[in-house]
Design a protein around this ligand. Sequence first.
Ligand code: MN
Length: 161
Amino acid sequence: MAKILIVEDNALNIKLFCDLLAAHGHEPEAVTDSRKALDAARTFGPDLVITDIQLPHVSGLDLIRLIRKDEQLADVPIMAVTAYSARGDEERIRAAGAQAYVSKPISVVRFAEAVDELLKNGHDRPDQTKSADEPEIDNPESQANETDDGPGPGETGGEEI
Ligand code: MN
């Protein structure tokens, strides 16, 4: 069992990630406000941080850099989750200090594999998590994933960039 801090502003994704991690026997904790993420991480002492990239206030990239510079947290593996996968994004995310990168909408299998890899191997492991060619898993909860096409049914707003 591992302590995993999730930094994500989308409530449905938080639920999806927390449910997935709990189902794998982990102890997830979620922070929605990235301005509070560093303090939450220091208090929680996570074995892994999973952060969204598109976050209001402090972006995921900036948060990754802050964690890398933090004396207490510098060695904690970080997995980035992003709805955007423009050319060069993965390089920027890795340069900031994340060890793994998963695109939304996530494949639940890929997500779980990436978590396992990072918990086993920390940040010395070459990337095995890119999921661009992965088939989508047919999962009713995948509706919880953010899309870039504007607000979905029942949502009040789109992604904050
Ligand atoms: Mn977001």
